[in-house]
Design a protein around this ligand. Structure first.
Ligand code: SF4
Ligand code: ZN
Length: 312
C-alpha cells in the first residue's frame, strides 16, 4: 500500500513516475484539473470563454468524455455553454457501443448531443472504404479518410451551430504521436500548426482547443475511472492499421523505460513551433471551389477524397 505523496494520509490511486508522485483520488483530481486550468491560462482562453459556445467533438471514448466532463464542471466558473457532437463514421461493432455510452453520459449530465452520419453527409461509411482498401481498390488507409472526413464535418457543423470553439479530447500522448508522425513525414508546416490551439483566422474555420493537452493518457484513464465514468473498451477495428498505433506502442515502451520521455517530446515540439513559426510561411487559406469550406488548395482534402472515391 502506497500513501499519497501530497496529503500523506490516503492510499494512492496512481503513480505518476515522471513527476515521482503517488496520488490519492482527491489529490489526483486536483492535480488533473489544475493541468486543465493551466492549459486555459497558457492559451489565454480563460479570459475568452465568457458567453461562448464550445462544441465538443466526441467519440464516446474516455478522452472525449473526460473533456466533456471537465468542461461541464468548469462551465459555470467560466460562463460558457456546451454541446456534444458525434460523427457516426459507420463502423460496425464499434460505433454503436460508443454511441450508446455517449448518449447515456449526455443524458446523465444534461448535455445536448448532436449525432451526424458520415454516410448521410458524404455518401460513405468507413467500413466501405476499409473494404476497398483491403481489396486494393484505394491506397489511402481507413484512418486517413476517416480523420479528414470527421474534421470536415465537425468544422461544417460547428459553423452551422455558430460555435466559438471546437474542443477535442487530444491528450499529451496524442500530441506527441502527431508530432513524431509529422517529423517522420518532414512536415514542418504541420509541426508549426499543431499547437495547443488552432487559431487560423479565416471565415468558416472554427478555432480548435485541446483541454487535455498537458495530460498523459494514463492520467486521463485514471481521471475517467475515479469519476466513475463509463464506456465500453472496444477498439476501432481499423486502429491497428495506422502508423499512430505503432508509434503509441513504441512511445509507451520508451516512457516505461525512461519516465518523462513523452513530456520532453511535447516540450521539444512546443519549442520547435516557437522557433519555426516565423520561418515557415503559412499558405493562404481560400474557399474550396466545390464546397466553400476553408482550404489551402483549389479543392479541399475532403472533396478531393470524395472525388477519388467516386471513381472506384
Ligand atoms: Fe476512424 Fe481510424 Fe479512429 Fe477508427 S481508428 S475511428 S478508422 S480514425
Ligand atoms: Zn471542399
Amino acid at each position: 500500500m502506497v500513501l499519497c505523496s501530497l496529503c500523506k494520509e490516503k492510499v494512492a490511486v496512481i503513480k505518476i513516475r515522471y513527476a515521482n508522485l503517488a496520488l490519492c483520488k482527491e489529490c489526483f483530481v486536483k492535480h488533473f484539473e489544475e493541468k486543465v486550468e493551466k492549459y486555459l491560462l497558457d492559451t489565454n482562453l480563460s479570459d475568452k470563454l465568457n458567453g461562448k459556445l464550445i462544441v465538443v467533438a466526441t467519440s464516446g471514448g474516455k478522452d472525449s468524455l473526460n473533456t466533456l466532463f471537465i468542461l461541464n464542471k468548469f462551465k459555470a466558473t467560466y460562463d460558457f455553454s456546451l454541446l456534444a457532437l458525434l460523427i457516426d463514421e459507420g463502423i460496425a461493432n464499434y460505433r454503436e457501443y460508443k454511441r450508446r455510452a455517449l448518449e447515456s453520459f449526455c443524458k446523465k449530465f444534461k448535455i445536448d448531443l448532436l449525432v451526424i452520419s458520415l454516410y448521410k453527409e458524404l455518401g460513405h461509411t468507413i467500413d466501405n472504404v476499409a473494404k476497398w482498401y483491403k481489396e486494393g481498390k484505394i491506397s489511402l488507409k481507413p484512418c486517413s479518410i476517416c480523420g479528414v472526413f470527421r474534421r470536415y464535418l465537425i468544422n461544417l457543423y460547428a459553423n452551422e451551430l455558430q460555435a466559438d470553439f471546437v474542443a477535442t479530447g487530444h491528450n499529451l500522448d496524442d500530441e506527441v504521436q502527431t508530432f513524431i508522425m509529422n517529423f517522420i513525414r518532414g512536415d514542418l508546416l504541420s509541426i508549426v500548426r499543431e499547437g495547443p490551439l488552432t487559431q487560423t483566422i479565416f471565415e468558416g474555420f472554427v478555432p480548435r482547443i485541446k483541454p487535455l493537452y498537458y495530460v498523459y493518457e494514463k492520467e486521463s484513464l485514471t481521471y475517467f475511472l475515479v469519476n466513475d465514468l463509463k464506456t465500453p473498451y472496444v477498439e476501432c477495428p481499423y486502429a491497428r492499421l495506422s502508423l499512430r498505433y505503432r508509434l503509441r506502442t513504441l512511445l509507451n515502451r520508451l516512457e516505461y523505460n525512461s519516465p518523462g520521455t513523452k513530456l520532453k517530446l511535447l516540450k521539444l515540439k512546443d519549442t520547435l513551433r516557437e522557433e519555426l513559426k516565423d520561418r515557415v510561411s503559412m499558405p493562404k487559406l481560400r474557399k474550396c471551389e466545390l464546397c466553400g469550406m476553408p482550404t489551402v488548395h483549389k479543392i479541399c482534402r475532403a472533396c478531393s477524397i470524395r472525388l477519388a472515391l467516386s471513381k472506384v
